[in-house]
Ligand binder design. Sequence first.
Ligand SMILES: C[S@@+](CC[C@H](N)C(=O)[O-])C[C@H]1O[C@@H](n2cnc3c(N)ncnc32)[C@H](O)[C@@H]1O
Length: 343
Amino acid sequence: MDNAVKFIDLFCGVGGFRYAAQLACRESKLSAEFTLSSDIDTQCQDSYAQNFGHRPLGDITKIEANQVPDHDILLAGFPCQPFSIIGSRKGFDDVRGTLFFEIARIAKEKQPTALVLENVKMLEKHDNGRTLRRIYEVLRELSYEVDHRILNALDFGLPQKRERIFIVAIKKGYSFNWPNKVNKTKTLSEILESEVDQKHFVSDYILQKRLQFGTPNGVPMIWHENKSGNVSILPYSCALRAGGSYNYLLVDGKRRLTPREMFRLQGYPESFKIVCNDFQSRKQAGNSLPVPMAKAVIKCVLNALTQPEFKKQKFTDNQMRLLERKVKYASKTKITNRRKILA
Ligand SMILES: C[S@@+](CC[C@H](N)C(=O)[O-])C[C@H]1O[C@@H](n2cnc3c(N)ncnc32)[C@H](O)[C@@H]1O
């Protein structure tokens, strides 16, 4: 891998993974190049275009795998809707029709060195673990080593309890280690805006209902109402959601989070332009991922890919073929001795 790392950003939303990859590369003294991004949602496309100067392609199911440009790392925070089909049967083709298959289809054709996938925590236990086992099987059939962890945004500097599964698939021969937690976390005071439009405040009726659970005491708190109607008062936010009740997270029991606050809770930079209306922006922020958490994982992938020991590793036939192709392309000469290219 040279200094420019090539990424593709599938199910890109408004670009959480892209920010994370850019930060990880910058910290690793590499440059990040995005060769393709895709999201079916036109509002996400608008936002992505305004922020990254590039409009994502649409429906991934309509993109031929051989049209996808070469890349080193495939990023995908894929939707969780189709899990149930994945775990049920055997064979690579059985995951056809699910959006995970779209990732596998592209990886099969393009053979990126690594994939970083993100999803909801419940994927780990879904269908008694069968769904995740199938994902492992499919990626292993494509010659990847696979591992996963449940990570929490609270451990990566953000005041949001957001547990997500990260799945890293990496070609054989690399040594990948998961990131450590960071000690310093932003406080809610650093996240919350000082002047908030009246439209974000709840009605007097809802306020009175919330005040049965506590009294604001000057230190900002997020009041979280769970499904059974109980309210917990916490110095951090519970996981932002794309849908769900409008009032399930209230600052001091009296107002909703603003879109800017929501993006801050996901670790987006202040330079991120919020271009859609409040409803869409809330959905986009709730669908996105904690940028510093994804950055930490991608940085570990970059560490693995750039470690010098790699050249000492044994290669599978498939990797040998790819390396040969790469070297052949570069030198335009026929390689007669396969092992020579490792010298
Ligand atoms: C969980 S969100 C990922 C958000 C993203 N990681 C971010 O940081 O904003 C899943 C995304 O997949 C997109 N999506 C769903 N079906 C799709 C399809 N067939 N092709 C492309 N994108 C799709 C949705 O519009 C949504 O933005």
